[in-house]
Design a protein around this ligand. Structure first.
Ligand SMILES: [Zn+2]
Length: 236
């Protein structure tokens, strides 16, 4: 089941205090309405009744889907786990960092995909990836290739001040053997781009044997994908 506690939260604009519900965990199987709220970015919003402002509270919580064996830990405060040297040669999170994360759930975590995410957009993306039946480790690898394709098509590289910074690219859905992603353009608008599912399947067959056993906390992002690809090419 899902868990919450109540907390007095101060509005950063008018300093009005509200006693609000803070979710500690969301059980997607038992509470699909809460899952929907996450997808709508409406789960942990603060509505100030004094100044009427609304904003997303950056409070950590667990997203649990026991049917699909998923536990995502949305924790903005763990951004420092992304620092250099936090990964193993195969891309996975260092064991000492992973073992510092919570494992005291009411069910055994064997075989569970445990993912630490520090942004809300990436939490939503993970939900979409697994709901569509894909593996996020391979999706991240595919994103590296897609990033290059978008840059070439749109000639973003020639204007970009920081050419090596990855595009903000998020998996959205699957339709007619195409994977649909959205990405943030230079002008701050989101655009969509499609990629043949075949590219995903090829990457999966190439890299499947290099994927770690699940059941340990990991950060699966673009850094992971780069290291995994390098690790696999060294081993081939
Ligand atoms: Zn206020």
């Amino acid at each position: 089941m899902s868990h919450f506690h109540r907390e007095l939260v101060e509005c950063p604009y008018c300093f009005n205090e509200e006693d609000i519900v803070i979710w500690d965990s969301v059980d997607a199987g038992l509470d699909p309405d809460l899952k929907e709220k996450i997808l709508q970015k409406d789960l942990q919003n603060f509505y100030c009744q004094n100044c009427n402002r609304v904003y997303l509270l950056e409070k950590p919580f667990f997203y649990i889907d026991r049917g699909q064996k998923l536990v995502f830990y949305y924790s903005p405060g763990h951004g420092d786990f992304n620092k250099e040297g936090s990964r193993q040669p195969n891309g996975s999170l260092r064991e000492d960092l992973g073992s510092a994360l919570p494992t005291n759930f009411a069910f055994p975590l064997e075989g569970f995909r445990l993912r630490l995410v520090s942004s809300y957009n990436h939490l939503i993306e993970k939900i979409h990836i697994f709901d569509e039946g894909y593996n996020d480790r391979i999706i991240e690898v595919v994103k590296v290739a897609l990033d290059q394709r978008i840059r070439q098509d749109q000639k973003i590289r020639s204007q970009e001040s920081e050419p090596d910074l990855p595009l903000d690219l998020l998996f959205l859905s699957q339709a007619q053997n195409q994977l649909i992603f959205q990405f943030l353009k230079e002008d701050g608008q989101w655009d969509q781009v499609a990629l043949e599912e075949q590219v995903y399947k090829q990457a999966l067959s190439l890299l499947e044997s290099f994927l770690p056993e699940e059941g340990a906390w990991d950060i699966v992002d673009r850094t992971y994908a780069g290291l995994l690809s390098h690790y696999a090419s060294e081993s081939l």
